[in-house]
Design a binder for this molecule. Structure first.
Ligand code: ADP
Ligand code: ADP
Ligand code: ZN
Length: 218
């Protein structure tokens, strides 16, 4: 049990969501994206969504207590028995410590943390051209990874949209927040001996090959 307990770490725009689609299809583990869960809460105007929205719009982090609660609840579900892929969580040291404590209490541990690394100028180009499927959340890019039909998801036919926080000003703040609060997690997991650095500037398929190499075959 818990053979593939995986974390995708990396700045906004590194390609976490893009790689997550490939990983969960091959490894048969659930994709746990705190960003997707929070955006669904905002859309449904739940109390949590109403609280989270102002942080997300400003490109700031939602409070630790909120996201830690989301992840603890999600890990109770039966589909995480054979593993999980965390995408966008943890993002702070307290979140990482809370995850360690939760996994400890159910006798599991992280198998690999994949840190996808990309130069900052490239991140800005990726985020400002990103389009997301409203229905299945698959990311596309107007130039680097365009859908076959403009505005339409290749995977499910859903409508593509641009996230409010993918404007250049908000992107710059998100990158700043990443450098200050999330980047220290690279050292944190390196010390635990589970970190693998992945060159995120290659083509998506080549990045995925490196990930498969690091994680081991499903
Ligand atoms: P993250 O989840 O880390 O924020 P995404 O997977 O949403 O990143 O990717 C950000 C943008 O960059 C999307 O528009 C995506 O299509 C594009 N992208 C992802 N991986 C690559 C890559 N290897 N090369 C070029 N563009 C990419
Ligand atoms: P990206 O694709 O750029 O990496 P996400 O979809 O993961 O972005 O996150 C979008 C926003 O949701 C973040 O800017 C932040 O406001 C909020 N968020 C997502 N995950 C977390 C988290 N683990 N801790 C705090 N805030 C989060
Ligand atoms: Zn779709």
């Amino acid at each position: 049990m818990g053979q593939f307990d995986l974390i995708l770490l990396g700045p906004p725009g590194a390609g976490k969501g893009t790689q997550a689609g490939r990983i969960v299809a091959d490894y048969g583990i659930p994709h746990i994206s705190t960003g997707d869960i929070l955006r669904a809460a905002v859309k449904n105007q739940t109390p949590m969504g109403l609280e989270a929205r102002r942080f997300m719009d400003a490109g700031e982090l939602v409070p630790d207590s909120v996201v830690i609660g989301i992840v603890k609840d999600r890990l109770q579900e039966a589909d995480t028995d054979r593993g999980f892929l965390m995408d966008g969580f943890p993002r702070t040291i307290p979140q990482a410590e809370a995850l360690d404590a939760t996994l400890d209490s159910i006798d599991r541990n992280i198998s690999r943390v994949l840190a996808i690394l990309v130069d900052e100028q490239e991140l800005i180009r990726r985020l400002t051209g990103r389009r997301i499927c409203r229905d299945c959340q698959t990311p596309f890019h107007v130039a680097f990874n365009p859908p076959a039909r403009e505005g339409v998801c290749d995977v499910c036919g859903g409508e593509l949209y641009q996230r409010d926080d993918d404007s250049e000003a908000t992107v710059r703040n998100r990158l700043l927040v990443y450098n200050q609060q999330t980047e220290p997690l690279i050292d944190y997991y390196d010390r635990q001996g589970v970190l693998v650095r992945v060159d995120g500037e290659k083509e998506p398929d080549a990045v995925y090959e490196d990930i498969r190499e690091a994680v081991g075959r499903p």
